[in-house]
Design a protein around this ligand. Sequence first.
Ligand SMILES: Nc1ncnc2c1ncn2[C@@H]1O[C@H](COP(=O)(O)OP(=O)(O)O)[C@@H](O)[C@H]1O
Ligand SMILES: O=C(CO)[C@H](O)[C@H](O)COP(=O)(O)O
Length: 489
Amino acid sequence: MAASLHHSIWSLRPLSSQHSISGNINSKKSISRIGMQYGKNNYRSESRRGMRFQRSNCKANSITDVAKLYLGMDFGTSGARYAIIDKEGVIHSEGKRDYPLYLNGDAVDWVRSWKTTLFSLLEDIPVTLRSLVASISIDGTSATTLILDSKTGEALARPLLYNESCPDALPIVKSIAPLNHTVCSGSSTLCKLVSWWTSSDSSKESAVLMHQSDWLLWILHGKIGVSDYNNALKVGYDPELESYPPWLKSQPYSHVLPTIQAPGTIISTLKEDIRTKLGFPEDCVVCTGTTDSIAAFLAARATQPGKAVTSLGSTLAIKLLSTTRIEDARFGVYSHRLDDKWLVGGASNTGGAVLRQLFSDEQLENLSMQINPMEASSLDYYPLPAEGERFPIADPKMVPRLSPRPECDAAYLHGILESIARIEAKGYALLKDLGATEAEEVFTAGGGSKNDKWTKIRERVLGLPVSRALQTEAAYGAALLALKATEQG
Ligand SMILES: Nc1ncnc2c1ncn2[C@@H]1O[C@H](COP(=O)(O)OP(=O)(O)O)[C@@H](O)[C@H]1O
Ligand SMILES: O=C(CO)[C@H](O)[C@H](O)COP(=O)(O)O
């Protein structure tokens, strides 16, 4: 790999040797260096301005003992979260917000929803902690694409989400990119850019492309058009060359591409007006982010090749630490850079979004209790929330398969969980077949990680040790990025 112009952001100090705790964790125990300990999260769910928010604050014995804190924010598929840690990785506060629904005609006004959520979460942070925050980072959903006017900051088109596809642009992208390159997928950021470029009649000379987390960070630091080499992978940036490849730089829209830094690179201080209004310190810096599933991997602190993290959120994203880089758009397989190694994997549209269409979280918990995870389900589904799949089958026309539905809901859920586990197993087998380091252990992040029965089903189907990561929230990984940025200076 080319000598890195980017500092090594991935050699995060392992803050603890233990990566996971098996079994169902319903509380986080942490004895910090300042003798602070907090047990079960005291989530208080309050309604404020009609939006549900949850906050958990550990009560520091002596807050003045904490020199500096680090804020990570995760803008996932169904909601956003924050985590505030100290340099030992002890959590001082966490919070969560569902996205408020704003409509712009028939379309969801995501720009307004995400911006509202950003400031709601910042305001949810206890004022006493805000004054100690030294650095902020944000992760977002990968390939969620915004195109803005770099002069005004106004959006030139509606955001295109991570799982939206622009098949119209695929033939053009395939004609310029290498065979089976990561961008050769309808849901790639480059397909979204080319689709806009070829169809929009808005002004193009001052356009700039940003990903969801880049855009949220821009609101905080004010330097438009800056991204990171994880988010930029799917627009065609080459993290090994540390540049856009010649076949992309020669395109008429190359001026729209953002400048790239390593994840966790300080961009600027927090904007004055936000800082003074919300009570953050003068030296609070904002740094580049990453994608949500990479932040989840960072949170798990898996550092050896063969270790993997499956993010069981609204989607199923798998990340395997490998010494070899692989990519094949025919199957939706690509490699993100992780210092001198590669995070190989892909993201399926299966996952929690399908479960949420059928069951409430409470029903999931109750029905799961009735499942015997050591018994294989004979039901064979391909659970998708809608038409389209990205990995391990890259088919934008793939239709969900969720029938026949048995009378018993517990049996139905068992079949769905087992079918999702089979997709996960197929994904890991595909990575091995394509030459990646073989998976030897899987940690789990995301909302599905709390389901102990599902963990056991997955362990049986994958034939590998599967456990819940010690930290299951991507926001924790983003906070580690913010911490790392300040250590790099
Ligand atoms: N007990 C459970 N078993 C399985 N899945 C669950 C359970 N509780 C919540 N989930 C799923 O977790 C998902 C939310 O996880 P989360 O990581 O917050 O998603 P995202 O960040 O992608 O929005 C929901 O789709 C929900 O169906
Ligand atoms: O499914 C998703 C949303 O949660 C994203 O696609 C996920 O971020 C996977 O993308 P990447 O592997 O680039 O992080």
